[in-house]
Write a protein that binds this ligand. Sequence first.
Ligand code: GLN
Length: 241
Amino acid sequence: MFLKICHLYPQQMSLYGDRGNIITLKYRAEQRNIKIEIQSCLIGEKIEQNTNFIMLGGGQDADQEKILKDLHSRKLEIQDFILNGAVFLGICGGYQLLGAYYETVNQKLEGLNLLNFFTERAKKNEKRIIGNVIAYNENFGELYGFENHGGRTFLQNNNLQALGKIISGGGNNASDLTEGVYSEQGAGLIIGTYLHSFLPKNYKVADHIITKALKINDLDLKEIDNNLEIKNRNFLKLKIK
Ligand code: GLN
């Protein structure tokens, strides 16, 4: 078993410590003696063969713009990885670029259009959406994280499943109580979310990603000690609610 991770554009797209998602996967894989390799894939570089997890983290508008052309040039490659079983995690700015478009204050950035959603900029009377979030997902329970974004994302049809339902915070658009997106594609999976510190705070999602990327069952993944993670989640629950 081999978890082969690709962090796309770590220089531009890793806002608010999004690299921590990869560190979490590494830790949880190594606890199970699963081999792991991490590629930092820069503009113009090729994603390595047999990659089964790709992360595109958050980014400032200007950084999203910088990587956009290169990202478009690898659309088919990314789709292929996913259809063949890879998991793609898009966080905030990385999530926005998976949809049809993201409208910044200055311009409209065309997204990869892998999923049917779009992201608008805040209207004149609307503020950035900033703060701690709790959302609920049927399989993973409560999801914790923090958000900091200007864009408002709208899922366009009912077939597209949100990652969670907002309990506290803004999520996709601070109006329809959806947070993120969860979409199986062929043998693979796309997860998009506005939550930073996502996998460090949500170990069940991290384990789900590992099992999905390795094409194994949940039960094949050895139990490990989650006491610290649970303590942290309990603390967040008290602090946020
Ligand atoms: N630049 C985007 C926005 O403001 C994404 C920000 C982020 O990745 N945290 O909406």
